[in-house]
Design a protein around this ligand. Structure first.
Ligand code: PBG
Length: 309
């Protein structure tokens, strides 16, 4: 009578890669590192061996390579492109997802261009298109715009198609709330902690809204999104369920860095049993309708599943 079964191929593993030679542990994410490129590659191989089908890549960019326009994001030999190429040589069948947004690369820490304290939506779109294209040309299977600018899915789809990349999928962060839960991630990628007045609230969603989530999702489907993402995860399962039920479109959920932090701290302090809590949270995502779950616990869950429940 069990209605939901979590499987290893429901999981997507996010990996942080750094330009530094040495990997370093992320303080607010115990057990998770910014990996140097070779270790990031090894880790993707490990994920593959455990039966995980896809990894999502995020860069930590050194200060000297950041600028106002996030120029490093558009360099064909940036760390993400180099890592994608290596992963694809090593494990061609492992799905690779690249984030499309400027925040790891901008001095402002914002996902888009900033002028006079305001995020400039339309000028940002051209840069996102270029970023998506170089990631796709490096070999990634899915580009994932997490920037929340309006109209970017249609523009990126057209741009990829014009450049012979019809087969690259788009996973849209269609429903991404402005959330305190991203704080450890921002530390992980050394993004600016000074976002100014905007705090991403002009482009990320208000956590009080759910009708708006349906509107965002429907626009992105019309614009050509192959997959929708709802984010954060555990506190937003009502939104996930509503989006999945309404559109019956592939819908993924992201158990974000703040959720990782809360659970990991409770596990480390012996309050939660690791195996029990990880099976419970991942099963709840699936019960709510997630077709896949992006989680920093992916390797741990895969190991538990391999051992047999
Ligand atoms: C930004 C981006 C963020 C995350 C993924 N992509 C942070 C933000 O919007 O500030 C957060 C993921 C996490 O917290 O695990 N493009």
């Amino acid at each position: 009578v069990q209605e939901t079964t979590i499987l290893v191929n429901d999981l997507i593993y996010p990996i942080f890669v750094t330009y530094e030679n040495k990997s370093s542990e992320i303080k607010s994410m115990p057990g998770i590192f910014r990996y140097n490129i070779e270790e990031a590659l090894d880790l993707s191989q490990k994920a593959k061996e455990l039966g995980i089908n896809a990894v999502a890549l995020f860069p930590e960019v050194p200060k000297e390579l950041k600028d106002e326009r996030g120029s490093e994001a558009l360099k064909v030999n940036n760390i993400i492109c180099r890592l994608v190429e290596k992963i694809k040589i090593n494990s061609p069948s492992l799905g690779v997802i690249c984030d499309v947004a400027l925040d790891p690369y901008t001095t402002s820490g914002h996902d888009g261009l900033v002028e006079n304290g305001k995020i400039i939506n339309d000028k940002t779109l051209d840069l996102l298109c270029e970023q998506a294209l170089i990631n796709s040309q490096a070999g990634c299977d899915i580009v994932a715009p997490s920037d929340m600018m309006d109209g970017r899915i249609k523009k990126i789809r057209n741009f990829l198609d014009q450049n012979n990349k019809q087969e690259t999928l788009i996973m849209s962060y269609a429903v991404k709330y402005s959330s305190s839960m991203y704080a450890p991630f921002r530390e992980a990628i050394s993004a600016s902690s000074n976002l100014g007045e905007d705090k991403k609230k002009s482009y990320q969603m208000d956590f009080c809204n759910i009708n708006e989530a349906l509107k965002e999702a429907s626009m992105d489907i019309k614009e050509g999104a192959d997959i929708l993402l709802v984010k954060p995860g555990i506190m937003y399962l009502d939104v996930l369920k509503e989006v999945k039920k309404t559109f019956k479109h592939p819908t993924f959920s992201y158990q974000v860095s703040g959720e990782y932090f809360m659970l990991k701290k409770a596990i480390l302090s012996g309050i939660f049993n690791e195996e029990d809590i990880l099976l419970e949270t991942s099963s709840c995502f699936k019960r709510a309708g997630a077709d896949a779950i992006i989680t920093y616990f992916a390797l741990d869950i895969a190991k538990i599943l391999k051992k047999g429940i």
